[in-house]
Design a protein around this ligand. Structure first.
Ligand SMILES: *Cc1c(COP(=O)(O)O)cnc(C)c1O
Length: 391
């Protein structure tokens, strides 16, 4: 039987990060001592009070459909979060709760873009953005950056990439995969250009709380009413609350866009899981002190891994300011990223993600959301591997 697959679907590249993660997990299941640096999720448990709230919701029978865009209580809690953390005023009607931050991004792109539209995406990028743009039949326009600018786009680069067809600029700070963080002034400069040119910004702020060395995150929506009017924030609980499996994301948008997304969601997924939403309310309104310990631990691992990478001949690594990734440059070793990653997994049983997945073939991504013991073991192996390659 020959099945017809739509052009839209057939053109997609399956997620390489999920594929590598699956391969490493399979090797582990086969009894191989694999060190996995592929994970895009914190290695901490979801805080107990959040779990308890969801369990209580199930026991209370809160297991039915909810309003498609989320329960009022959660939309209010999200609006309160933006007020408290970012000084941004949103009505609950401007907040849409989605099935994960990835779903939030997909909804925004599907709702604002169509054939003929261009979406500017800085590389290295989170690998789903360009595929989501293609799924909407729009065209991704990639701006290349390197470790020389800490993987940050300059205002000149952004200005040069904008055309009359530009619909959306995707900003992700702190960044997956590089961990880079734009300063307040840098964010403002990019936002100013978008306002001037009438380009919408999709600001993916999911790593907002995971910043180091006293750095702070600034939302591009916060500079003026015009910036606010040009910005759609996508966010989620996966990273800062270790809730990746819960599938709760959120969008804060100007009212007409929120309304359109509400319609799209009502005919696709409908509401995110009812009791996960109750857990999300507990996450946003309950104690936040789990973060202190997590950040301290992440910072310790980041410092260790950063130092180790820079001590390996042929590898250099700029330090990350946020998220839980490092993005070392491996180009001096003479291997492209896919080759490097495949051989490293095969020879030394270490799983990393090739930079090519993020549009940057000279790099690999490692996640330090793993134990210090794993980091030490994995870095010993990478060092050994780099030495054999360099010969
Ligand atoms: C993890 C992540 C998300 C959202 O993840 P979900 O698990 O779908 O909530 C969104 N953007 C970036 C850049 C991410 O790394």
């Amino acid at each position: 039987m020959k099945y017809k697959i739509s052009k839209r679907a057939a053109a997609l590249t399956p997620s390489i990060t999920l594929a590598i993660d699956a391969k490493a997990k399979q090797m582990k299941a086969d009894g191989i001592d694999v060190v996995g640096f592929g994970a895009g999720e914190p290695d901490f448990a979801t805080p107990k009070h959040i779990c308890d709230a969801a369990i209580k919701a199930i026991n209370d029978g809160f297991t039915k459909y909810t309003p498609s865009s989320g329960i009022p209580e959660l939309r209010q809690a999200v609006a309160d979060k933006f007020k408290k953390d970012n000084g941004l005023t949103y009505k609950p009607s401007q907040i849409i709760i989605n099935c994960g931050g990835k779903h939030s991004c997909a909804n925004v792109i599907a709702t604002t873009c169509e054939a003929g539209d261009e979406v500017i995406i800085p590389a290295p990028y989170w690998l789903s953005y360009p595929e989501m743009v293609r799924l909407a039949e729009a065209t991704p326009v990639i701006i290349e950056t390197t470790d020389k600018t800490e993987f940050k786009v300059t205002p000149e680069q952004l200005r040069a990439a904008i055309t009359p067809r530009t619909r959306l600029f995707v900003l992700n700070s702190p960044s997956n995969p590089t961990g880079s963080l734009y300063t307040r002034d840098e964010i403002k400069a990019l936002g100013d250009i978008c306002v001037e040119k009438g380009v919408l910004i999709m600001s993916d702020e999911i790593y907002e709380k995971l910043v180091y060395d006293g750095a702070t995150h600034t939302s591009v929506a916060s500079f003026s009413q015009a910036h606010y009017d040009h910005t759609i924030i996508v966010h989620g609980l996966a990273k800062a609350y270790s809730m990746t499996g819960w599938r709760i994301g959120m969008i804060a948008a100007p009212e007409p866009i929120a309304k359109a997304i509400d319609a799209v969601q009502s005919h696709s997924t409908s509401n995110p899981t009812s009791f996960a939403q109750k857990g999300a309310v507990a996450a946003l309104t309950g104690p936040q002190d789990h973060l202190n310990g997590w950040l301290e631990e992440f910072a310790r691992r980041r410092a260790y891994a950063h130092k180790r990478f820079n001590s390996i001949p042929g590898i250099s690594c700029v330090n990350a300011k946020g998220a839980f990734y490092l993005f070392p440059n491996i180009s001096k070793l003479g291997l492209k990223s896919m080759d490097f990653s495949a051989k490293l997994l095969e020879k030394e049983n270490v799983a990393v993600v090739p930079g090519v997945a993020f549009g940057a073939d000279d790099y690999i991504r490692i996640s330090y959301a793993t134990s210090m013991a794993n980091l030490e073991k994995g870095l010993d192996r990478i060092e050994k591997f780099a030495k054999t390659v360099a010969k």
